[in-house]
Design a protein around this ligand. Structure first.
Ligand code: PAF
Length: 286
C-alpha cells in the first residue's frame, strides 16, 4: 500500500492504473477510522480493482466553534486499517495541498433547500464544504465508484445530487450503518464520550429501533413516530435533541407521511458531543 501526500502523486498512480484497464474506487474519510470506514474500504476493495482512501480533515466543512482542531487524528492507525481492509493508496494531503494558500474562493454548493434541512439547520456551511472537498477529490482521483456511509444519510443524498447535477460519471455506493454490539452507531466522535455519556448515547439507537418497530407495526403518520422517538430521547438526562425529523430520502423535503425510502433522521447532543443516527423506511419489510 502506497501513501501519497500530493495531488500529482495520486494523479500519476491512478493514470497508470487506468492505463492498465483497472477500475478505481474512492473512500473519502476524515481519518480516525472505525469499523464503519473499514466496511467502506472492504466493499470498495471487493468491487474495484484498486482502492484509494483519502484521509483529510476538511476545514471548509467545519463552522466557527465546531471541533476542527480537536477532531481526533491517528494517521498511523488509519494506515494499518486501510492496509488490512485492502486499500492500495492512502491520500493524506496537507491543508495547503488541497486549498492553495490555505483557502478557497471557489465552492460547490447545492442551492435549493436540500442542504438547509436536518444537519444544515445548525451547520449552515457544512454541506458546501463537503461538496467542495468531495468534488475536488473526484477531480483528483477520477474514480469509477465512490463509497459513503448511510449513517451520514443527508451527505450521501447530497453527494448523489451533486454527481447528477454536475454529470460526474461516478457511481455512488451507499454502505449500511455499522453499529457497536449494544447498538450505538460507530462514529469517530464516539471517542469524545465519557463512560456515563457512552451509556446515555444509547438513546439514539433505541429511538431508531422504536421508530422502525412502529413503522413495521403499520404506523404511517410521521408525527406519531417522531413524537415517540423524541419522548424516548427526552427521558435521557444527558441528551439534548437537535432534531428528530422525517424527510423524503432523495430530496430531504420534510414529510408527515411515512412512505418507502423516507429518511427518519436525528442529531442529538450527548453532553457536548453531537451524534447522528437514522433509518430508512422500508415498507416491504413489514
Ligand atoms: O463523511 C466524512 O467523513 C466527510 O464529510 C467526507 C465525505 C470525507 C468529506 O470530508
Amino acid at each position: 500500500m502506497k501513501i501519497a501526500t500530493t495531488i500529482e502523486e495520486v494523479r500519476a498512480q491512478v493514470r497508470a492504473w487506468h492505463k492498465q484497464g483497472l477500475t478505481v474506487g474512492l473512500v473519502p474519510t476524515m481519518g480516525y477510522l472505525h469499523e464503519g470506514h473499514a466496511s467502506l474500504i472492504k466493499t470498495s476493495a471487493a468491487r474495484c480493482d484498486r482502492t484509494v482512501v483519502s484521509v483529510f480533515v476538511n476545514p471548509t466543512q467545519f463552522g466557527p466553534g465546531e471541533d476542527l482542531e480537536s477532531y481526533p487524528r491517528d494517521f498511523e492507525r488509519d494506515c494499518a486499517v486501510c492496509e488490512k481492509m485492502g486499500a492500495d493508496l492512502v491520500f493524506h494531503p496537507a491543508v495547503t495541498e488541497m486549498y492553495p494558500g490555505g483557502q478557497t474562493a471557489t465552492y460547490v454548493e447545492i442551492l435549493d433547500d436540500m442542504p438547509k434541512q436536518l444537519c444544515g439547520k445548525t451547520r449552515p456551511i457544512h454541506f458546501r464544504g463537503v461538496c467542495t472537498v468531495v468534488s475536488k477529490l473526484f477531480n483528483i482521483v477520477q474514480p469509477e465508484r465512490a463509497f459513503f456511509g448511510e449513517k451520514d444519510a443527508q451527505q450521501l443524498a447530497i453527494v448523489r445530487r451533486m454527481v447528477r447535477d454536475l454529470s460526474y460519471g461516478i457511481e455512488i455506493v451507499g454502505c449500511p450503518i455499522v453499529r457497536e454490539l449494544d447498538g450505538l452507531a460507530k462514529s469517530s466522535r464516539n471517542t469524545y464520550l465519557s463512560p456515563e455519556e457512552r451509556k446515555a448515547a444509547l438513546c439514539l439507537s433505541q429511538a431508531v429501533r422504536l421508530g422502525k418497530k412502529m413503522v413495521l407495526e403499520g404506523e404511517r403518520d410521521a408525527r406519531v413516530v417522531l413524537n415517540a422517538m423524541r419522548n424516548l430521547i427526552a427521558h435521557e438526562p444527558l441528551a439534548r435533541i437537535d432534531y428528530v425529523e422525517a424527510v423524503d430520502g432523495e430530496t430531504m423535503a420534510p414529510t408527515d407521511e411515512l412512505y418507502d425510502n423516507v429518511l427518519v433522521a436525528m442529531a442529538v447532543y450527548i453532553g457536548s458531543t453531537r451524534l447522528i443516527d437514522n433509518f430508512s423506511v422500508k415498507l416491504q419489510e413489514g
